[in-house]
Design a protein around this ligand. Structure first.
Ligand code: NAI
Length: 378
């Protein structure tokens, strides 16, 4: 099957690489010739490195390069079985582009979006034959991250869903199917990891380093929330939180934090700006955490309970199956355990108890336990 990718930025170039590595003739289109040139030379570098590491042969490299064409002409998508769009995250632009895409391809071509935050139903509304729309959401970097969220919308046909899922599975990716809801699985499920950590900080319970230490040393997470937010970029992470919060009709579970907003406004974006919650200046030393085990355990227990509550809610609201929610968080954001499996290990009663204590004390809707968790605890 010939594959089209629209947008040669971070995501589009990675997705094109994955398609070409899996033997597909791939057409990469961008409005900007410079981005196409950049994508081509970046891929050359990556492939050369893979040859050096003996992951692929020189012949493989030449074949992969030969399978990708770089063009600014959208009509070159003619004959594609699937086109994946990865351009700017603006709904008006996507509407316009999907209309153009539909006129460039044949009747049976599936049209997919890699959007992180827009609704697939809305993108699909631009199409005449809207049962061919689907969300295919890769994670960055696309060639390395195993998880892909597959998002059928209310318009998507069963055939579109099956064809898209089988194809991405055949690329060796781990796919999860989820409903067309804000943040899909991962970007919704991970919100409490940041949000509750920020809340604990704002209440003065602990500093950044201590919260990070609790989550890595006691919780077994690869990175603490503040280190991770600095890595992602506070501007980017804040924007995702704000968009999920608004999209959930301002549910207090997703409320953004002033601390992150101020860091972002100040230009303390994280690693990329040299300073975030921590300083990345040359010679800067990391602050020491307060390694009080009791405090650390309390921090970890609270954040984990909030994460688990969100995971149960996603399952309860049919966003995805319990199995897919666990797969998504372990393969998409490297959580040490699936959140539902983790809850079963600790005991759903215990998790419910932690949430009830928070809910009782704060009286905030943010801490309301999910009804599925309540039922399971019973
Ligand atoms: P980017 O800014 O790196 O690349 C976007 C590319 O689209 C640019 O090369 C630009 O020239 C091109 N473009 C813009 N308008 C166009 C048009 N009308 N026609 C053709 N090309 C056009 O963006 P990035 O980060 O790759 O994101 C792309 C999409 O992927 C967005 O929808 C984003 O939400 C989603 N996404 C991003 C992730 C990330 O970590 N960066 C992760 C998962 C999804």
């Amino acid at each position: 099957m010939k594959i089209g990718v629209l947008g040669a930025g971070t995501m589009g170039s990675g997705i094109a690489q994955v398609a070409a590595q899996n033997g597909h003739e791939t057409i990469l289109v961008d409005v900007n010739q410079e981005m196409l040139n950049k994508a081509e030379s970046a891929l050359d570098k990556i492939l050369n490195r893979l040859v050096e590491k003996e992951k692929i042969s020189e012949d493989d490299k030449i074949n992969i390069q030969g399978r990708i064409s770089y063009t600014t002409d959208l009509t070159d998508f003619k004959g594609c079985g699937l086109v994946i769009e990865a351009i700017v995250e603006k709904i008006e632009v996507k509407h316009d582009v999907f209309k153009k895409l539909e006129s460039a391809v044949g009747e049976n071509c599936i049209l997919a979006s890699n959007t992180s935050s827009l609704s697939i139903a809305s993108i699909g509304s631009a199409l005449k034959k809207s049962d061919r729309i689907i969300g295919i959401h890769f994670f960055n970097p696309a060639p390395l991250m195993p998880l892909v969220e597959i998002i059928p919308s209310v318009q998507t046909s069963q055939e579109t869903l099956e064809t898209a899922k089988n194809l991405i599975d055949s690329w060796g990716k781990t796919t999860v199917v989820c409903k067309d809801t804000p943040g899909f699985i991962v970007n919704r499920g991970a919100r409490p990891f940041y949000g509750e950590a920020l809340r604990i900080y704002e209440e003065g319970i602990a500093d950044f380093a201590t919260i990070d230490w609790a989550m890595t040393e006691i919780g077994g997470f690869k990175m603490g929330p503040f280190t991770l937010m600095d890595y992602i970029g506070n501007d980017v992470n804040y924007a995702v939180t704000e968009s999920v919060f608004a999209a959930f009709y301002y549910d207090p579970r997703f409320k953004p934090s002033f601390t992150q907003k101020r860091h972002s406004e100040a230009g303390f974006l994280g690693r990329k700006s040299g300073r975030g919650y921590y300083s990345y200046a040359e010679g800067a030393s990391m602050p020491e955490p307060n390694k009080d085990m009791k405090l650390g355990q309390m921090i970890f227990d609270r954040i984990l309970a909030m994460l688990i509550n969100e995971a149960y809610d996603a399952v309860h609201m049919q966003v995805a199956s319990a199995e897919d929610v666990d797969k998504a968080m372990t393969k998409g954001v490297n959580y040490p355990k699936g959140l539902l499996a983790w809850a079963k290990e600790i005991g759903e009663k215990e998790i419910l108890n932690r949430l009830e204590i928070l809910f009782e004390e704060y009286g905030e809707d943010r801490y309301r336990p999910c009804v599925l968790l309540k039922r399971m605890a019973k």
